[in-house]
Design a protein. Sequence first.
Length: 298
Amino acid sequence: MTNTPQITAENLISTGAHFGHLTRRWHPNYKPYIFMEKNGIHIIDIQQTMQCLHQAIDVATRTVRDGGTVLFVGTKKQAKDILQREADRCGMYYVVERWLGGTLTNFATIKRSIKRLQQLEKDADTLYQTLTKKEILRLERERIRLSDQHRGIKDMKQLPDIVYVVDGQYEATAISEARRLEIPIIAIIDSNTDPALVDYPIPANDDSLRTIQLITETLATAIIAVRGDQSLKVEEETDAEAEETADETASEGEEAGPAPDVAEAAPDEQTAVEIEEVTPAIEDDKDADEGKEKGKKE
């Protein structure tokens, strides 16, 4: 089992991960993840966040170790840049622009659209030589549109094995499609979201840019560690095969007669922290662009 990247309750609290929504906007199924209420705002139990995060990372890394893939989904303003960067960093797929209905449930159509994009990118120089300026402009607009829509899944040949989502409410369509196809879902969910909608909920402030960044970076780093272990294993197996081949060649050479010395190849050698006191003043970590109501300090 891959070691989970170090992340502590203090790290999460420092990002505002424990700030939920106004108490009147909570979802009743979220009750197990509520630590307390203060100034009309629910405070999320960071101990639960830590446990759920470790469980989600364990599931994701086991899937990747078995050759599976993860699709990162986050189209809201706070999430899109972070998810694209971290998905690229760990070599996974992502959707950070508008979620197209049928991206998962109608994947055959999406693949045709991606094939069209690849054709436009490949044949542009040759194709444009025989077209008018108006036709070239039309094709360029189509290429740019398809590139924006599919840039994160352009190389995805089949459905992902896990979907990682930021904000269960905002990405309701993506979650609905994944559930229909029985694809496991990991999601950062706030106190206004039903955790039963996803397989591996991570209760946290899904509007805080710093919280999204910390959790997503932690997940991506764990995936990178697993993929690195896989690469090392492949290298070791390759070295072992090379050594075995060299030994067989040497044995055959001894039977046939004297042979040059062959250098013998050798394979390369290669938390839960108690929260003593919740922040006395509730800082407003909710993004105004999402139109959320804000709690005020009493």
